[in-house]
Design a protein around this ligand. Sequence first.
Ligand SMILES: Nc1nc2c(ncn2[C@@H]2O[C@H](COP(=O)(O)OP(=O)(O)OP(=O)(O)O)[C@@H](O)[C@H]2O)c(=O)[nH]1
Ligand SMILES: [Mg+2]
Length: 199
Amino acid sequence: MKIKSATFTVSALNLKSCPAAIMPEVAFIGRSNVGKSSLINLLAEQRNLARVSDLPGKTQLINFFTINGNWRLVDLPGYGYAHISQTKRADFNEAVADYLEGRENLRHTFVLIDSRLPPQDIDREFISWLAGRGVPFALVFTKADKQSATQTQASIARFQQVVLTGLHPAPTIFVCSAKTKAGRKEILACIAGILGRRT
Ligand SMILES: Nc1nc2c(ncn2[C@@H]2O[C@H](COP(=O)(O)OP(=O)(O)OP(=O)(O)O)[C@@H](O)[C@H]2O)c(=O)[nH]1
Ligand SMILES: [Mg+2]
């Protein structure tokens, strides 16, 4: 899919204040600092569309970016950041839960996982919560440039064993790097398929 335009639309504090559901949306979620905003910039081919930071917890609002005037990338606040208050539903932001459960035009969610880490409890809990609600999602293993391809594959294999066994259907898995641009084409092709657009 060609990205002809990518513009920031609005930030929302909660589901109620999200923009009118007039175009399909694809959302990005994962632990704080995993690389959600970086991946959005990579997909949009813009350096500073979504704000990237070394400090975890940078993205605290639901940020909407309109692509080609007819669909949206949605940057969700990260989970697992100690300064964000815990909710009863899980250790992640309530606005995120509302959005994922209640957004009628949400077509697909990409859950980002740091490819360098062993399976984290918070990722397991989040994925189990998501799967339990029937929200369609794929996994993206981020920061692949920081280690060898063999290490990344080993990390994915461990994640499949520990987190994904028993999940049906098994989610599609992508590997990406905001630095080398690996994974960009594959993720965009997946989005094109979901949106029913030409690649
Ligand atoms: N080397 C490398 N660094 C990355 C990659 N993706 C993100 N980073 C770095 O990781 C840090 C966090 O990236 P962000 O994109 O801000 O992460 P985020 O998930 O949006 O973080 P929050 O908004 O705080 O939840 C930044 O310093 C990025 O430059 C990658 O693929 N490779
Ligand atoms: Mg961010």
